[in-house]
Write a protein that binds this ligand. Structure first.
Ligand code: THU
Length: 139
């Protein structure tokens, strides 16, 4: 992926930290999802007093996109940190990796983990979810 595009997604993900609703963990997460159409969808984590209804930033972005008709995706950028301060990479949880597996080609979908505007690393979904179970397994 081009550096300029990666940096744009990082900027969009960082912007989402403002909207993160994390009064319980205080761990704010932002995501920016790039569909194959070129459209961008953002997301933040949304916590809940009952804890389990909490939605991760990545899933917020995916569900927004799918609910608008997108089914194919190129990349997602994720940032996160306590009180929204980025000190390290915030890797996607297992549930979010599984949601990515539903809609993305694991060998080509790019997951950008960023700890700052110029500090990032790019992984494929296959690298973060080896031997993942997906729609093809039900064929
Ligand atoms: N969180 C995300 O938004 N994405 C992840 O992949 C990991 C965890 C959120 C959920 C919860 O609001 C907070 O981070 C602490 O777990």
């Amino acid at each position: 992926m081009e550096k300029a595009l990666i940096e744009e997604l990082i900027e969009l993900a960082i912007k989402q930290l403002e909207f993160s609703y994390a009064p319980y963990s205080h761990f704010k997460v932002g995501a920016a999802l790039l569909a194959k159409s070129g459209n961008r969808y953002t997301g933040c984590n949304i916590e809940n007093a009952a804890y389990t209804p909490t939605n991760c930033a990545e899933r917020t972005a995916f569900f927004k996109a799918v609910s608008e008709g997108e089914r194919e995706f190129q990349a997602i950028c994720i940032v996160g940190g306590r009180d929204g301060v980025l000190t390290d990479y915030a890797a996607p949880c297992g549930v979010c990796r599984q949601v990515m597996m539903e809609f993305c080609n694991p060998d080509t979908f790019q997951i950008i983990l960023a700890a700052g505007r110029t500090r990032y690393e790019v992984f494929t979904l296959r690298e973060l979810l080896p031997q993942g179970f997906g729609p093809a397994d039900l064929q």
